[in-house]
Design a protein around this ligand. Structure first.
Ligand SMILES: [Zn+2]
Length: 206
């Protein structure tokens, strides 16, 4: 399957069809992972004629209008990693953390012995550390503020946003809200089940 690129986008009319989730085995058109039952929404990217399925992590950068996007993600400067590759990396980190009995939210306090989590912790911290570079280059690390700025662009400039924002990525923070409810732990649980990850598989993370 040829994967589609992700461009940071805002969708003020919310063209997703949230009422029609695909079956849980549908592959995300952007990162290739199983989209999962909860977040694999039909999605019609701007300029595309046919709909695509996005997993929760690939959905976020294309919907900066989400009401709680600033709790769900932060902007980072990471030109060396594509958005889908970053999403795949964060998925692996979140799946591994959950398998160890930890909350996946970026601000969660780890419950287990810290050394067991050091690689996961530092991998996530290194990525989050690029937030300052995003602020320096884009003037903000807030996805909401970037979304508002995108709304101000002329149609011609908006079409060129991929070029303008090249190197800027959306780092998922381990939350995904459906109304007031954070459903991300369930989404990660689905991925973990698919990967059959258990703590005994994680010796390499210690
Ligand atoms: Zn995806």
């Amino acid at each position: 399957m040829a994967l589609q690129a992700i461009t940071l986008s805002i969708d003020p009319i919310f063209s997703c069809d949230l009422a029609t989730p695909p079956d849980s085995d549908a592959a995300c058109a952007f990162c290739g992972a199983a989209a999962g039952r909860w977040a694999g929404h039909r999605y019609l990217p701007a300029g595309f004629q046919s709909s695509a399925t996005a997993c929760a992590l690939c959905h976020l950068p294309q919907h900066l209008e989400r009401p709680r996007i600033d709790e769900e993600a932060v902007l980072v400067w990471l030109p060396e990693i594509s958005q889908p590759a970053l999403n795949a990396t964060m998925r692996e980190i979140h799946v591994a953390l959950q398998a160890l009995g930890e909350d996946v939210h970026a601000d969660a306090v780890f419950r287990t012995r810290p050394f067991a989590l050091s690689n996961l912790y530092y991998a996530r911290a290194v990525l989050a550390d690029r937030r300052g570079a995003a602020e320096a280059r884009a003037g903000t690390a807030s996805p909401r503020e970037l979304g508002m700025a995108l709304l101000e662009l002329s149609p011609a400039a908006y079409l060129r946003r991929g070029e303008l924002l090249d190197g800027l990525r959306l780092l998922p923070l381990g939350q995904f809200f459906e109304g007031e409810l954070d459903i991300y732990p369930e989404i990660v649980g689905f991925w973990r089940e698919r990967a059959k990850i258990t703590p005994t598989h994680l010796n390499g993370a210690r």
